[in-house]
Design a protein around this ligand. Structure first.
Ligand code: SF4
Length: 400
C-alpha cells in the first residue's frame, strides 16, 4: 500500500482513535456525509484568511541544510509592519462571506441561517478587534511540511504572528462553542505546529494560541518543552508505524457512536438471521457460566480469607482437610518508580538493557549479587515491597 506522503494532526488522531476508521478514510477513500459545523468552520476560516492576508509581512524561512532564506523582508523584528495592506471594509467582508458560504451538511434551512448569522457576527466583531489591536502576521493559512525524527508531518496553520520580542506565535482559530486555556496547554495539534514552524522558520516559537472566535478570546500556552514534544512524537510514531505495517484493527469505544462506517465494521456486523437462534443459546450458556465463575471466584476468595485468619490466629501455615492439605505461601512483589529507575539506569549506562517499566527485570538487577552495590542500593531506594499470601492444595502425603 502507498504510504501517505506525510502525517497531519487529524490523520494521526484518527488513527490513534481507531485504525480501522483511518483505513476506511485514507486507504479506501470512503467519504463521510458533510456536516454543517465543518462547512461553517471552513467558510469562516477562508474569509479570515482573506481578511488578515493584507497585514502579512513575511519573514525569513529555512531553505534546507539549516540555511536561512534571503528575503525581501524589511521587517525589523519590533514595532509595526512597514507596509501593511488595507483591511477589507465591513461591507466587503460580508460580501466575501456571502460568496464563500459553503451550504453543505446543515440539517435544515433554519440551522443554516443560524450558523450564517453567527458567522456574520464573528467576522464583524473580529474585524473591529483587528482594527483596535492589529497582529503582526508573517503568514496566514500556511501549509508546512517537515521530517520529525523520521516521521514526515504536515499541517495548515491558520496564522503565524511575530511577537513583540521578535519570536513567533502560532494562532489556530476555533469556531467551537467551548474553549479553555487547558485546551491550549494539552493540544497535540499546537505541539505539531510548533515543530512545523520551527523546522521551517528562522525564529523560535514562544507562544501557542487557540483563538476562540465566538468570544474573540485567545487562549495561549508557552512553547512546548522537549519532554512534552517527545510524548507527542511517540504518539505520532505509534500512528506512523501502525500505518506503515498496515495495522488496521477496529478499536471500539465511545467514538463509535459518531462513526459513519459501523455497517462496514466487524465490531458491529450483524449475525445472519438464520444463525440467530442457535447462537442465542450459545451466548446464554456462556453468560450463565460467566455468572457461575464470578460466584465461585467470590466464594474462593472468602474461603482463602477465612483460612488466612485461622492461620494467623493459630500461627500455622498448613491446615489439613479430608483429602488435601491447604498450604499458605508467601510472595513478594516489588514495584519501582519508573521515572527514577530510568534516570538511575541511564546514569549507569544501562538504558536499553533493562526496561525501567519492567518491575521484575529491575528487581532481578537490584537483587543480583554481581550488580554494583551502589546501583543495587539506589534501585532498592526507588522501589517498595508488597507481600501477598496465597493458598495451594497438596496431597496429604506431601506434609512436611
Ligand atoms: S465503528 Fe468504531 S470500531 Fe468500527 S471502524 Fe468505526 S470507530 Fe472503529
Amino acid at each position: 500500500m502507498a504510504l501517505p506522503a506525510a502525517l497531519s494532526y487529524s490523520s494521526a488522531r484518527t488513527y490513534l482513535e481507531c485504525p480501522l476508521r483511518w483505513k476506511f478514510l485514507y486507504v479506501d477513500d470512503l467519504k463521510e456525509a458533510p456536516k454543517g459545523y465543518f462547512s461553517f468552520g471552513r467558510t469562516v476560516h477562508s474569509v479570515l484568511e482573506e481578511l488578515v492576508r493584507p497585514l502579512v509581512v513575511p519573514t525569513a524561512r529555512r531553505i534546507g541544510g539549516g540555511a536561512l532564506q534571503k528575503t525581501l523582508d524589511e521587517w525589523p523584528g519590533r514595532g509595526p509592519p512597514t507596509a501593511p495592506g488595507r483591511l477589507l471594509e465591513a461591507e466587503e467582508l460580508l460580501g466575501l462571506y456571502e460568496r464563500s458560504w459553503v451550504s453543505e451538511g446543515y440539517n435544515s434551512p433554519e440551522e443554516e441561517a443560524r450558523y450564517k448569522s453567527l458567522g456574520r457576527e464573528i467576522l464583524v466583531a473580529y474585524r473591529e478587534d483587528l482594527l483596535k489591536s492589529p497582529p503582526y502576521p508573517v503568514a496566514v493559512e500556511e501549509h508546512l511540511e517537515a521530517k520529525w525524527e523520521g516521521i514526515p508531518i504536515h499541517g495548515y496553520i491558520d496564522r503565524i504572528d511575530r511577537t513583540p520580542g521578535g519570536s513567533l506565535e502560532i494562532v489556530d482559530y476555533k469556531t467551537s462553542r467551548e474553549l479553555s486555556r487547558e485546551d491550549a496547554l494539552d493540544s497535540d495539534q499546537l505541539s505539531l505546529y510548533q515543530v512545523l514552524v520551527e523546522r521551517n522558520y528562522a525564529e523560535p516559537v514562544d507562544r501557542l494560541t487557540l483563538y476562540h472566535l465566538r468570544s474573540l478570546t485567545p487562549h495561549s500556552a508557552p512553547r512546548r518543552d522537549a519532554e512534552s514534544l517527545n510524548d507527542v512524537h511517540n504518539r505520532f510514531g505509534r500512528a506512523y508505524d501502525g500505518i506503515r505495517s498496515s495495522a488496521y484493527e477496529p478499536t471500539p469505544g465511545r467514538h463509535c457512536s459518531r462513526c459513519e462506517f459501523r455497517s462496514l465494521c466487524p465490531e458491529f456486523r450483524l449475525v445472519p438471521a438464520g444463525e440467530q437462534d442457535r447462537l442465542l443459546d450459545l451466548v446464554d450458556r456462556f453468560h450463565r457460566l460467566r455468572l457461575e465463575e464470578e460466584r465461585v471466584d467470590r466464594e474462593l476468595r472468602a474461603a482463602a480469607e477465612a483460612l488466612h485468619e485461622e492461620s494467623e490466629r493459630l500461627g500455622v501455615h498448613r491446615i489439613p482437610g479430608s483429602d488435601r492439605v491447604a498450604i499458605r505461601r508467601r510472595e513478594e512483589l516489588w514495584h519501582y518508580r519508573e521515572g527514577t529507575v530510568a534516570e538511575i539506569l541511564a546514569e549507569h549506562g544501562l538504558e536499553g538493557r533493562v526496561r525501567a517499566d519492567d518491575d521484575e527485570a529491575v528487581r532481578r538487577l537490584a537483587q543480583d549479587r554481581k550488580t554494583d552495590p551502589a546501583l543495587r542500593a539506589r534501585l532498592a531506594s526507588a522501589g517498595g515491597r508488597q507481600v501477598r499470601w496465597y493458598w495451594t492444595l497438596e496431597e496429604p502425603s506431601s506434609r512436611g
